[in-house]
Design a protein around this ligand. Structure first.
Ligand code: 5GP
Length: 191
């Protein structure tokens, strides 16, 4: 593993298939370990504290900010905070693994500015906004209003795509996963 690179960051507008891609990468690459973020949003029924997220209260989150415990944090949705804990990255490095961060576009962008040479970043995007709209509709978890909001946010976030190291178009899950694996091999981060 290249010693200077400490983590890989995977980011994408909502509905681009990022979570499924990250899950696939973790199954296929033994060198990778998922960085579990802290969040103040409610736990969903299928989620586990300490596996998907560390679910904490807003006062706990504020205390962690005060104590400088975050590598980065963002208010991703109004009143919902998400952050990468420094202790999480240390835990992963102690395991001699490469940390994989699944974080929003703004958080990734900030991290990229701060740790330019220590991370590799991937920006995942749907083939077009129309495909993205269709995927959000098929997912069936958002109201028409929410879908329009997510699309507007996606359009805004797409402006930043060129700031990331690699842009991956998610037209097909296996294709996208293989493209990321190949890039990581090319730069010598994995075997
Ligand atoms: P969800 O609530 O759907 O799990 O995640 C919402 C968004 O927050 C996703 O784009 C996810 O990547 C992002 N996110 C998760 N953890 C973090 C984090 O630690 N920092 C930042 N900036 N974004 C995060």
């Amino acid at each position: 593993m290249k010693k200077s690179i400490q983590f890989i960051v995977i980011t994408a507008p909502s509905g681009s298939g990022k979570t499924t891609i990250v899950r696939n990468l973790l199954e296929k690459i033994p060198e990778l370990e998922f960085s579990i973020s802290a969040t103040t949003r409610d736990k969903r029924p299928h989620e586990t504290h300490g596996k998907d997220y560390y679910f904490i209260s807003i006062p706990e989150f504020e205390k962690a900010i005060e104590n400088d415990e975050f590598l980065e944090w963002e208010e991703v949705y109004p009143g919902k905070f998400y952050g990468t804990l420094k202790s999480e990255i240390e835990r992963i490095h102690k395991n001699q693994k490469l940390a994989a961060l699944d974080i929003d576009v703004q958080g990734s962008f900030n991290l990229k500015k701060k740790f330019e040479n220590q991370l590799v970043s991937f920006f995942i995007k749907a083939p077009s906004l129309e495909v993205l709209r269709q995927r959000l509709m098929d997912r069936g978890t958002d109201s028409p209003n929410d879908i329009e909001m997510r699309l507007a946010k996606a359009q805004f976030e797409l402006q930043f795509e060129n700031r990331f190291d690699f842009i991956i178009i998610n037209d097909n899950l296996q294709n996208a996963v293989n493209q990321i694996i190949n890039k990581l091999k090319e730069i010598g981060l994995i075997k």
